[in-house]
Design a protein around this ligand. Structure first.
Ligand SMILES: *Cc1c(COP(=O)(O)O)cnc(C)c1O
Length: 356
């Protein structure tokens, strides 16, 4: 079975180069030398500052909300992975869903005003599949109304906006370095803060709230990344240009072979994080999913369900997002990873074409 994504494994010798360092220092966690090196290398590669490495992308979101004092309600998108919403609920922040635009699959800026009540303290937009959110709009609302902006940028590693890293937008942007993401450290994540003071506070928060003179300055959590995870991250980072280039080639092939036949596709993301294809209706999507499976190809319903339909997240079920619900029924992410042979992409496209 060809999977939808396959984690990149770096050359074992290269990984060992970093693991050997761990064996020399016996330093396994707590801001060790590999964490420091990965932080600086990522800041350099991405073109950002104030990057804090954490244990995963979900904790990155939770720690970002804490650091920025987000309370009550946050406006967010229903079209994302569950963690965007569950992280809010876990911090006792109520997600307020705003429907998405069918063109970009990000929150529809023209619908935001209606949900922007006094108890909304943040926006949590997602650069879903690497498509930039409506940043100019959030910056405007943020500066005029004092609402904080935290971008869930889990899909936006390496994406640029206005000649700068997209991670430089908002009060904070979070990344996930989970095994299935474009860049990974097995498990891991990061927060990029605009403000150096926020970065410094978050650094204490992820280490039980212990400050530089070993006092407990506030309630913290353990959200540190380990040295072994940093070793994997450092080894993978050496391959990132190759990883991205090979994925872009496959995405271009999908674009060339089937994009014109689809209801819509989102094959134009600059970092080739996913290959999302939109079909005519739920029945067609289901038929294609089943037929691909019969031929040995997995596909994934990213993202389904639409999060506004999840009772645990949207308790009173007052907000409905018809566009997101419709897209969730019709979308499928197709196999895309470094090492996937082009012949498989051609075969997948022929199968889809025969059904369409
Ligand atoms: C993967 C992902 C997360 C969660 O990241 P983890 O590292 O798995 O905790 C959050 N948001 C989005 C949009 C994701 O795709």
């Amino acid at each position: 079975m060809i999977p939808v994504s396959r984690p990149w494994l770096p050359d074992k010798k290269r990984l060992n180069y970093y693991i050997d360092k761990i064996y020399k220092t016996h330093w396994l966690s707590n801001d060790g030398p590999l964490i420091k090196e990965l932080k600086y290398r990522l800041e350099d590669y991405l073109g950002v500052t104030n990057l804090l490495l954490v244990a995963n992308g979900t904790l990155a979101l939770q720690v970002a909300y804490r650091t920025l004092n987000i309370k009550n309600k946050a406006i967010t998108t229903p079209f994302s992975f569950a963690a965007t919403s569950s992280s809010l609920c876990w911090e006792n922040i109520t997600p307020v869903y705003v429907d998405i635009s069918p063109q970009t699959l990000t929150m529809d800026a023209s619908l935001i005003d209606a949900s922007l009540t006094d108890d909304v303290s943040a926006f949590v937009p997602v650069h879903v599949f690497g498509q930039p959110s409506n940043i100019t709009n959030y910056e405007h609302i943020s500066s005029t109304m004092g609402v904080k902006v935290i971008y869930d940028a889990s899909h936006a590693f390496g994406v640029r906006f206005n000649n700068s890293s997209i991670l430089n937008s908002g009060d904070a942007s979070t990344l996930s370095f989970h095994a299935t993401k474009l860049f990974h450290s097995s498990e891991g994540g990061a927060i990029v803060f605009k403000d150096k003071n926020d970065y410094s506070r978050a650094r204490e928060l992820i280490n039980f709230g212990i400050n530089s003179i070993s006092n407990i300055s506030e309630i913290g959590i353990n959200a540190k990344m380990s040295e072994f995870h940093a070793a994997m991250g450092l080894a993978v980072l050496e391959d990132i240009d190759f990883i991205m280039a090979s994925r872009l080639e496959l995405l271009e092939l999908y674009q060339e072979l089937i994009a014109p036949l689809l209801a819509n596709s989102y094959f134009n993301s600059s970092n080739a994080a996913y290959a999302p294809a939109l079909f005519k209706n739920s029945e067609q999507r289901s038929l294609i999913e089943q037929t691909l499976k019969k031929h040995g190809y997995s596909s994934r319903r990213y993202f389904s369900p639409s999060l506004d339909t999840v009772a645990a997240f949207n308790k009173n079920n007052t907000i409905k997002c018809p566009v997101s619900q419709d897209i969730s029924e019709r979308i499928l992410c197709l196999p895309l990873y470094s090492g996937l042979e082009k012949e498989h992409v051609r075969r997948i496209c022929r199968i889809i074409e025969s059904i369409l």
